[in-house]
Design a protein around this ligand. Structure first.
Ligand code: ZN
Length: 291
């Protein structure tokens, strides 16, 4: 009999990463393709999984998406600038092809779950994970459950105060220069300097600004939820920025609340090759299989 495998779909706005692994999360096969129309992209996803005996699938998708199980549009993509995808029944399309358990959540929740199960938040009961890339998102976990109510969290759009020397107008069409994403997403680097983020020297002032926003959001997160771990993933900030992030956290806290060692509290992901979401999806596939 063929070995049963766990499936992962990391659905990004520009590319999809699909993978299968054994029950110890050892990857057996992984592949990626560009995000085009929903029909074409999902056909690629389905063809990939048809090669294997898959027990369950974890899906981490770009959003906004409907993650409320009791909702009529559960599993659908909601209004998104990617016009073709608005209203698309993502989960329903997969369910027609594979009648197996599936877990459907946001890409950042998948990354949070990956770091919680196998990464830098392993062993913690509570974790908040932020990703700073093309966009900014955040997900929170408590005792293995995602924290959400009416909808999934939108932590990227939390209000922040601008750095006194940062005159950038902000990149968010909804919140101009007072939202985390609008001031700290990857495109804001070029927005401020006219130079692509990856070509900027790491000692450039813009990384100090981004660290200021990350430190501020980490402080807000700590006073809101007091999680054991706050993880900053994505390519905008690097390990070398973390001391500055922790320094700004300290300034915002101003010795008010007692914290654990900030080197333990505020960390980068530890799963290699940008694989937090894939590992998280395997974890969620296993979770939904056991439920
Ligand atoms: Zn915003």
């Amino acid at each position: 009999m063929t070995e049963k495998l766990l499936g992962s779909i990391e659905a990004g706005g520009t590319k999809f990463v699909v993978a299968v692994a054994d029950f110890d999360f050892n990857v057996k096969e992984i592949t990626k393709f560009p995000t085009t129309t929903p029909e074409e992209t999902l056909a690629n996803v389905i063809n990939f999984f048809k090669q294997f005996e898959v027990a369950s699938i974890g899906i981490g998708s770009f959003g906004p998406i409907d993650v409320k199980v009791e909702s009529k549009t559960y599993g659908h993509v909601l209004n998104t600038p990617k016009a073709d995808w608005s209203g698309f029944d993502f989960l329903g399309t997969l369910k027609v092809a594979f009648d197996i358990p599936m877990y459907f959540t946001t890409d950042v929740n998948s990354s949070a779950y990956g770091e919680y199960t196998k990464g830098s938040a392993r062993g913690a009961n509570s974790v908040v994970y932020f990703t700073l890339g093309t966009g900014v998102g955040g997900g929170a976990l408590q005792d293995g459950q995602f924290i959400s109510g009416i909808a999934h969290a939108e932590m990227g759009h939390a209000t922040v105060i601008a750095h006194p020397e940062d005159s950038y107008v902000g990149g968010c069409p909804f919140h101009s220069n007072h939202c985390f994403e609008g001031l700290a997403a990857g495109p804001t680097l070029e927005g401020r300097t006219g130079i692509k983020g990856e070509k900027l020297p790491r000692d450039h002032k813009v990384f100090d600004f981004i660290s200021y926003y990350a430190g501020q959001i980490a402080f807000n997160t700590f006073v809101n939820m007091a999680p054991e771990k706050i993880v900053f993933g994505g390519s905008v900030l690097q390990e070398s920025d973390m001391p500055t992030v922790r320094e700004y956290f300290k300034q915002f806290n101003n010795d008010y609340v007692a914290t654990p060692d900030l080197e333990e509290l505020i960390v980068r992901p530890s799963i290699e090759n940008n694989g937090s979401a894939t590992i998280g999806n395997f974890g969620l596939a296993l979770k939904v299989l056991k439920e």
